[in-house]
Design a protein around this ligand. Structure first.
Ligand SMILES: [Fe+2]
Ligand SMILES: [Fe+2]
Length: 284
């Protein structure tokens, strides 16, 4: 099974590389990681690889107190705070709709609130005021789509938006941020990212258990929402670069984690490639 997951990762890497014009050196590096994983599959999990092998080869020296850094941080920090608040609201709302999971969803919502407070502390630590209006606008399309789906009782769409897209977006952002973060933020983010894998797993398990009835709605929700991720990544590309986070690395981490999640739910490797390509093509 692990080997299969890694093969899926391998294929996904090529799909994305073809679609966005990946730099050859980075592609070779990523493919090598997949090949190593295949050779050591018995002792290997994909999650462990992502957590222990930062995508960035070396951490640049950051001036965390420069005006340029703090200006970019005011938007990135706000996005993270807003993302955690959005996740808190989404899980709280889902707890009222998803039969039999109320306690678990409330527990997840509380974790998201704790994450939000942690990232607020990161901003304070650098004397940065987060630009919350910017972050609200940044999340507005996913927010609106979630609310529209909830009102229509489309819980599969809600889970795709929160547990797959938002959680995977957070995982990718935190994985890429950790190697370039200040010491205070690094400790907090390392703790948070572990929780986000657990939240992603919650959505995977529910959707896997309901795969046959959820499949068509998942495909539709993917088509409608995955392109938003690419638009969002484009909107933060410059600020993320100031913090030392490469867009290519963010896309890579997102794509691999999202594709693995789709595969864990029950989509075949070919379907995962198709779903990924649909999102990318619509965003182009
Ligand atoms: Fe979170
Ligand atoms: Fe989460």
């Amino acid at each position: 099974m692990i080997g299969l997951a890694v093969c899926r990762t391998f294929e996904l890497t090529f799909v994305r590389a073809i679609l966005i014009g990946y730099r050859e050196d980075k592609l070779v590096k990523t493919v090598s990681r997949c090949e190593c994983a295949l050779r050591g599959a018995s002792q290997f999990t994909v999650t462990q690889e992502k957590q222990t092998m930062p995508t960035l080869a070396a951490s640049p020296v950051m001036d965390f107190q420069s005006e340029t850094y703090k200006d970019a941080y005011s938007r990135i920090n706000a996005i993270v705070i807003e993302g955690e608040l959005e996740a808190n609201d989404n899980y709280t709302q889902l707890s009222e709709y998803l039969n039999g999971y109320k306690d678990e969803l409330i527990k997840l919502a509380k974790m998201e609130k704790k994450h939000m407070r942690g990232f607020q502390a990161c901003g304070k630590n650098l004397s940065v005021t987060p630009d919350m209006p910017f972050a609200k606008a940044f999340f507005s399309r996913l927010h609106d789509n979630f609310q529209t789906a909830l009102a229509a009782d489309k819980l599969v769409t809600c889970l795709l938006i929160q547990s797959l897209i938002i959680e995977t977006f957070a995982i990718a952002a935190y994985n890429i941020y950790i190697p370039v973060a200040d010491d205070f933020a690094k400790k907090i983010t390392e703790g948070v990212v572990k929780d986000e894998y657990m939240h992603l797993n919650f959505g995977e398990e529910w959707l896997k258990a309901n795969f046959e009835t959820a499949k068509a709605e998942l495909e539709e929700a993917n088509r409608a929402n995955l392109p938003l991720v690419w638009k969002m990544l484009n909107e933060v590309e410059k600020d993320a670069a100031v913090l030392g986070m490469e867009k290519e690395a963010l896309v890579e981490d997102f794509m691999i984690t999202y594709g693995e999640a789709l595969g864990n739910i029950g989509f075949t490797a070919r379907e995962v490639m198709k779903l990924s390509a649909q999102g990318l093509a619509a965003a182009a």
